[in-house]
Design a protein around this ligand. Structure first.
Ligand code: BDP
Length: 592
């Protein structure tokens, strides 16, 4: 069994040590580490910060994405003896192989999601334990996201360096915390919460359904409690279900992010506290409903990206981003193009920010080799499973996005939906959406569709997310024509599907400080005009239920002829979080 998906927690039954800090590090340029025994000692280590991307920390490693080794010594107090000792890794990009005290512990594929191992049998007490992690971020087509190929599965003059199928830098390393945990031998393995509410007269009764899974076939009693409401848990074969009813409940939502502390006890051996928000989400006709009322999403596609930390967890910047989201009047964002940190989801819960939670499935191209597409499907399923296991209890998450911009052919020529790749794409996405809905029926399931991909693929999505670059990649510089083409396409899409539509990306690269009148591409005025025509259209077309501007902030990409200084400048804030004109424009619109 893999280790519990629950976030680490210290209490009277559980222990946690965060191993963040300076680790030893050595790039394995010639891939000799394993045969030369680096799993016991790195021959020539340098220092590196964990969490963090290695590409930003050492000058010679900016473009290095292959194998590298991390090592640290973690003291384990004898006070933890008798517990199961777990090693939990928040995110490793991309492959990880782990040794503790020289013994091979396990391997894991895929970035941005936590994984871990039970290391009880190899630890030493009241002594340092040598933890070694070999990371391999080699850019290969059969990984997720695909590397070593350009966008659309090929490579052309528009592809950048390093060569990847997506538009952000392929940062590598231990990008989130590594924890040592001590959990009781008999422990709470997982908790699944779903919420609903009933209206009686003027008050609301919150209905919180709880399913608790123990790590083993426990048969006994437990307790679930929120404030005064408590209910006995009767475990049969390790599982218990119960429903709590909360009188005079306060619902969760933007502007009122009310959270309850759900406390779970397993016999007298374990205890876990979870923040719970009571809310419902549904799609009805062409509307999204939160707590039964229509909502519109206003916000951004974001990135985890900052100078120095790269894609590494950077808590001060994350907190500042939530402050800027509030300042600009946003109520939502999409975790483009991978799962964000667990802390980012906790912040969204606490601040009432609605999240479209995306897997790392960016850069899929169905005209690629069939075996590769098949491998991508397996990796997509694993990533979706891992994401739902991690984030299913966050009230902020209203929908899963199972892919960004899958394509079936060349970038700028719309493919024939009936072509082999077109059909394969349709099947792939329908199956993946079906799989996701089986795991979670309480949220929406969607993907972000590219401008030149077949619209037929949207048939399986609960609501439509379209990334549209009218006024930039399409009809750049021609604002009036772009506006009309955008309006025509939205009307046609609405007519075809009758589903809610979110413009999940739109925008224009903008160099802060560049001005032009009349507005010209790359100027701050032009960015405002592009955003404005989308906002104006949405204001008079209620089936447009969300606008996510691309992007919240300027972010790092590879180098190439369409990315000046290795940056995507579509941010409404600069990379160091200074507002462009567009941020002030949005603030005025959104704060109304
Ligand atoms: C979209 C992608 C996004 C890019 C953006 C752009 O989904 O990752 O950064 O275009 O080109 O196609 O700015």
């Amino acid at each position: 069994m893999s280790i519990s998906p629950l976030y680490p927690q210290q209490n009277q039954y559980r222990n946690v040590t965060d191993l963040s800090g300076l680790w030893q590090f050595q790039p394995d340029f010639h891939n000799i580490g394993e045969t030369q025994g680096w799993q016991t000692a790195l021959p020539n280590p340098r220092s590196i910060a964990v969490p963090g991307s290695w590409n930003e920390q050492h000058e010679d490693l900016r473009d290095y994405t292959d194998a590298a080794w991390y090592a640290t010594d973690a003291w384990l107090s004898v006070g933890w003896r008798g517990q199961r000792i777990l090693l939990r890794i928040g995110s490793a990009n991309y492959m990880a192989k782990v040794w503790v005290n020289g013994q091979a512990i396990g391997e894991h594929e895929g970035g941005h999601l936590p994984f871990g191992f039970d290391i009880t049998d190899v630890v030493t007490w009241d002594a340092p334990n040598h933890i070694v992690i070999r990371i391999d971020n080699t850019l290969k087509p059969d990984r997720l996201p695909p590397g070593g190929v350009g966008m659309g599965g090929g490579a052309g003059p528009l592809s950048g360096f390093p060569l990847v199928s997506y538009d952000f830098f392929p940062y590598a390393g231990l990008q989130r915390q590594v924890w040592l945990m001590g959990v009781p031998t008999q422990h709470i393995y997982d908790v699944t919460v779903t919420t609903d509410f009933e209206k009686s007269n003027d008050s609301i009764v919150g209905v919180v359904a709880v399913e608790v899974q123990a790590n083993a076939a426990f048969n006994g009693k437990g307790l679930a409690q929120i404030g005064d409401a408590q209910v006995m848990l009767h475990f049969a074969n390790g599982t218990a279900q119960a429903t709590l009813r909360i009188a005079n409940a306060k619902l969760w939502g933007p502007g009122h992010p009310h959270l309850y502390a759900l406390q779970i006890a397993l016999g007298d051996s374990d205890f876990y506290t979870l923040e719970v928000g009571i809310r419902t989400f549904a799609v009805r006709g062409d509307q999204l409903l939160l707590n039964g009322e229509a909502i519109t999403l206003q916000g951004f596609g974001k990135h985890e990206d900052f100078a120095g930390s790269g894609r590494g967890l950077n808590l001060p910047v994350m907190v500042k981003d939530y402050d800027l989201l509030r300042w600009v009047g946003a109520n939502s964002y999409r975790t483009a193009h991978y799962p964000y940190s667990e802390e980012a989801m906790q912040m969204a819960d606490r601040h009432g920010v609605l999240i479209i939670d995306e897997t790392p499935a960016v850069g899929l191209a169905f005209q690629m080799d069939e075996a590769v597409v098949k491998r991508h499907y397996e990796l997509c399923v694993a990533a979706t499973d891992g994401l739902i296991a991690r984030d299913k209890n966050h009230p902020c998450v209203i929908a899963w996005s199972i892919a960004n911009e899958p394509v079936a052919g060349s970038f700028f020529a719309p493919p024939d939906p009936n072509s082999k790749a077109g059909q394969l794409g349709q099947q792939f996405l329908a199956n993946l959406i079906g799989h996701t809905k089986e795991l979670d029926s309480t949220r929406g399931v969607t993907y972000a569709g590219m401008q030149s991909a077949p619209s037929a693929w949207f048939a399986a999505a609960d609501f439509i997310c379209v990334n549209r670059y009218y006024g930039w990649y399409f009809l750049g510089g021609q604002l009036a024509t772009a506006q009309a083409a955008f309006a025509n396409e939205m009307e046609a899409l609405h007519k075809q599907f009758g589903k809610p539509i979110i413009i999940s990306e739109f925008g224009a690269d903008t160099l802060a400080g560049t001005h032009a009148q009349p507005p010209e591409m790359w100027s701050e005025e032009y960015q405002v005009e592009v955003l404005k025509f989308h906002l104006d259209f949405a204001a008079s077309h209620p089936y447009i239920v969300g606008l996510h501007i691309w992007n919240f902030a300027d972010f790092k990409t590879g180098q190439g002829i369409i990315r000046m200084a290795g940056m995507n400048f579509k941010g409404v804030f600069t990379r160091d979080r200074r507002p462009k004109m567009a941020a002030h424009f949005l603030r005025e619109r959104w704060k109304k």
